[in-house]
Design a protein around this ligand. Structure first.
Ligand code: CP
Length: 387
């Protein structure tokens, strides 16, 4: 089913610190079904993400799974972002639902904690009229069942898509090799978090007036913090560099090693001086320190409810880290007037990002969250109906 068909169809429609982690495995919006229209004309027709007519934003998408952005072309990424844009206005309707995936079943397999991604995928599936099953820490994996067996069993019940989050890089790809339904990676270890990369690209395009072109040539984006341990950084680097932006990775050398430049040669630079870089960028994407991935001795791992760890072998002290790499109001004042502050969440306020900056006028953090819904609708639609 094309996006256009989905829209026209009525209610009867049917991936170790310091190194890049190994890889496991356009039409104008006004003519696109689902494109924004004047609010006064937006009473829902329940027929899809928008009115009929125009080219299909999903045209050309051929992927059954969404496992990472490193393997996607610029055309693929633009198809995903245009499809997301075509779905965006559904969230503003009084009835936030279209029948694009009616009769389909989406299973969330979250073997690691999540607030944003899990809720976002659930809402996205529901807005496309799919049935949703939530499974994760309550699965029989805790009794020793392999994740392949879990996936086989879920698929045997007629599931059309598995949305997988796991602490191990390659978990989603492993499942994809074992099932015939669509698999979407919702974050695997240090490897990738492709829908986060897409929603960050979408938000950057929106903030810089590039939603029509989706061409990031001339943009400079800083990713700051624990890049070595970040799947978000890898997906961002892939999306931003593929669309033409220059990416500057900033952090202490233990967390922003020079080897990151090999992820997109000529498009990624590693710098260690945040204050020098800030006035030169159009956006900063602040990353949380992934303390849970710094643990040397497993006995040091904190249990649930123990609160975030506060020390790491990657830097001398948290205080020093904040002094050098925390985005304080004073530092944010050095940014270009139009530059924006991003963060994938969850934020450790007062560490990588001061509360006043997170809540300030430059922040597009909640826009990222809102855009995540459209992006995940697009991911589900593309993989289930168009892939
Ligand atoms: N950004 C992100 O993945 O957040 P969650 O861990 O809450 O899903």
């Amino acid at each position: 089913m094309t996006t256009a068909q989905a829209q026209r169809t009525g209610p009867t429609a049917s991936a170790g610190a310091g190194v890049p982690t190994p890889t496991p495995s356009s039409p104008p919006p006004s003519s696109v079904p689902g494109a924004r229209q004047a609010p006064t004309t937006r009473e829902p027709d329940h027929g899809g993400p928008g009115g009929a007519g125009g080219s299909d934003p999903a045209s050309g998408w051929k992927h059954r799974h969404l496992l990472g952005l490193q393997e996607l072309s610029a055309d693929d990424i633009r198809a995903a972002l245009r499809t997301a844009r075509s779905f965006a206005d559904i969230s503003t309707r009084s009835i936030k639902k279209v029948p694009a995936l009616r009769g389909k079943v989406v299973a969330n397999l979250f073997f690691e904690e999540s607030t944003r991604t899990r809720v976002s995928f659930t809402l996205a599936a529901q807005r496309l009229s799919a049935d949703v099953v939530d499974l994760g820490s309550s699965s029989s994996v805790s009794k020793g069942e392999t994740i392949e067996d879990t996936a086989h069993n879920i698929e045997a019940m007629g599931v059309d898509a598995l949305v997988v989050r796991h602490k191990l890089s390659g978990a989603a790809a492993l499942i994809a090799r074992n099932v015939s339904c669509a698999v979407i990676n919702a974050g695997d270890g240090r490897h990738e978090h492709p829908t986060q990369g897409l929603l960050d690209a979408y938000t950057l395009a929106e903030a810089t007036g590039r939603l029509d072109s989706l061409d990031f040539a001339g943009l400079r984006v800083a990713i700051v913090g624990d890049i070595a341990n970040s799947r978000v950084a890898r997906s961002n680097i892939a999306a931003l560099s593929t669309l033409g932006a220059e990416v500057v990775c900033i952090g202490p050398p233990t967390l922003a090693p020079r080897s990151l430049e090999s992820l997109a040669p000529g498009k990624v630079r590693v710098e260690w001086d945040l204050d020098a870089a800030l006035p030169t960028v159009d956006a900063v994407n602040m990353l949380r320190i992934q303390f849970e991935r710094h643990v040397v001795d497993p006995s040091e791992a904190k249990g649930p409810g123990a609160g975030p760890a506060k020390s790491s072998p990657a830097f001398p002290s948290l205080r020093e880290y904040v002094q050098m790499y925390g985005l304080t109001p004073e530092r944010a004042a050095k940014m270009r007037p139009t530059a924006v502050v991003m963060h994938p969440g969850p934020i450790n306020r007062g560490v990588e990002l001061a509360g006043d900056v997170a809540d300030g006028s430059r922040s597009v953090i909640l826009k990222q969250v809102a855009n995540g819904l459209s992006v995940r609708m697009a991911a589900l639609f593309l993989c289930v109906a168009a892939g």
